[in-house]
Design a protein around this ligand. Structure first.
Ligand SMILES: [Zn+2]
Length: 227
């Protein structure tokens, strides 16, 4: 079976620096830094050609970065010191590149199965069983207490953890590789102890997922994030 959440692993990104223009695979520093950047400053604007884009400033960004995601989402990341108008000018210069990638993703998407609510209802209990098993397995090591595990049909998140100790997971984890699924489970489980993305949090995750940096990198190429 081929589902869009698994297939869309390539993300096109333009990076500009003082010496060169290059097309590369997207590389955010950490998932945590995505959350921080959203917290810092982010707004959605519309280009004259009709595509919406998110413009955000990021303290640790060194260059302007333009990303087109498989869902058609366009994100322009600016370093702290670059004014918005310079970012807009850059976007204007690169708009053909953006439009080309949006079109390409649309074409690819046309061949893929879109998941519906019926798919969610059909797979929810199976997802609950597998995810609950993995939560219990990893919690043998952590021994945290949690309240409820909910399986949801969310568009933008693989999982989340509430301050009350409830764990929420996207049912589409069922279609991920076990390795990726386990990472999401461990990530949310560790938020029961550390409801942040601090060093202590990542140290906890690393205890059960030593290879987490590689997995995080792979997951970032799929347009659903962790909170
Ligand atoms: Zn998190």
């Amino acid at each position: 079976m081929s589902f869009w959440v698994i297939d869309n692993i390539f993300i096109s990104t333009f990076t500009i620096c003082s010496t060169a223009l290059q097309l590369c695979v997207m590389s955010f520093a950490t998932i945590g830094s995505i959350s921080k950047s959203i917290y810092y400053r982010s707004m959605v604007e519309k280009n004259e050609d009709g595509f919406e884009y998110t413009i955000k400033k990021h303290k640790s960004a060194k260059h302007m970065r333009l990303s087109v995601y498989p869902t058609g989402r366009v994100v322009l990341t600016l370093p702290y010191y670059v004014p918005k108008y310079a970012g807009k000018k850059y976007l204007e210069e690169k708009k053909d590149w953006v439009l080309m990638h949006i079109e390409n993703y649309k074409k690819k998407k046309g061949n893929k199965k879109e998941l519906t609510r019926t798919d969610y209802l059909k797979h929810r209990e199976e997802a609950r069983k597998i995810i609950t098993e993995r939560v219990e397995y990893f919690n043998q090591f952590y021994n945290f207490s949690y309240k409820r595990i909910s399986i949801k049909d969310t568009k933008t998140m693989w999982g989340s953890c509430s301050a009350k100790g409830n764990l929420n997971f996207n049912y589409k984890l069922l279609f991920m590789t076990p390795e990726h699924r386990d990472y999401v489970v461990v990530h949310e489980l560790c938020h029961l102890k550390e409801l942040n993305h601090s060093k202590c949090f990542w140290d906890l995750v690393r205890k059960q997922v030593p290879d987490m940096e590689r997995i995080k990198k792979e997951l970032r190429k799929i347009d659903v994030v962790l909170e």
